[in-house]
Design a protein around this ligand. Sequence first.
Ligand SMILES: *Cc1c(COP(=O)(O)O)cnc(C)c1O
Length: 370
Amino acid sequence: MDQAPTTRPWPKPWIAAIHAYVPGKSTGADGRPLIKLSANENPLGTSPAALAARAHAAAPSLYPDPDSTALRGAIGALHGIDPALVVMGTGSDELLHIAAQGYAGPGDEVLFARYSFSVYDIAARRCGAEPVVAPDADYGTDVDALLAAVTERTRVVFVANPNNPTGSFLPKGEIARLHAGLPGNVVLVIDQAYAEYLAPEDDDGALALAAAHPNVLVTRTFSKIYGLAGERIGWATGAPALVDTLNRIRGPFNVSNSGQAMALAAVADQAFVEHSRAHNRAGREALGAALTALGNHGLRVLPSEANFLLVLFEGTLTAEAAYNGLAEAGYIVRWLPNQGLPQALRITIGTPTQMDSIAATIRSLAEAAK
Ligand SMILES: *Cc1c(COP(=O)(O)O)cnc(C)c1O
């Protein structure tokens, strides 16, 4: 098929076509460490109980429990899910990849919305499937556009809710409508990396859908509100057959001893989660209000239900200039030209002091750009 020479190894063409994930940076162009608001990490750090649990994790010379038994039990108890229907991953990243791999391959399509999580494109290509991008609706996920893009080759649909990098949110009725419009052989993956930032009454119903239907998989992570990004822990739930597929291909020892111990303690400390949610809401409202007040300078703040804001720069001050000005002031945020958003900055919600300083810096940059 391909013209690969026999003199050297040759990656599969669908692997060679992948643009590697671009992580949020933590230093400026000159290597100077900056305050990192580029990766949606928890500014409050990690639950003290989880930090303390690290000291009691099983010895590093021993393989971890391959089934993360205690942790799955705790997650099941918290969310009212049979632990047999919870599968752990090395971050939800592993689960997104193996969900694609389990159900799609060469000749199949993996569908997601424009301006959604950049891992979906990689997950599709990695298993040889074709990524298909549905148009957005003013940066939000458009259910009608997704449904219109379904073909007989579609095997997996990814939806992040709330979405990264836009912060947009589909309410329960829209998620149900999306599911109802999909053929039964399509796996709907609802990526709830930011679900814990929602008020409980704003639940999008994804876990209930996963419990009730054979083709819905929900993924969650300990990387965001739980403040355990460095430990790489995610989980998924869905119908028994979906969970069985993921268990066949996940890494056998895919959550470390320290990760299992810390996540177990983190689940038990819901006070830390609630505090983080309230802290985030206040910071998001404050930064949102301060930047919305700069609307006359062409700034537009998209509505967000997550722990970040996507800010569009549609006036004289460009997103690139604001990015550089913020770095000058000691902050690194996410500028997104690689995701088709050269006009946007994604700013993680930090502490009140950091949010004041970000807003003041952008205000002076906007005034100077006039
Ligand atoms: C951060 C994020 C994840 C989490 O990835 P981990 O591998 O669990 O750290 C998943 N999905 C989205 C949309 C995210 O923004």
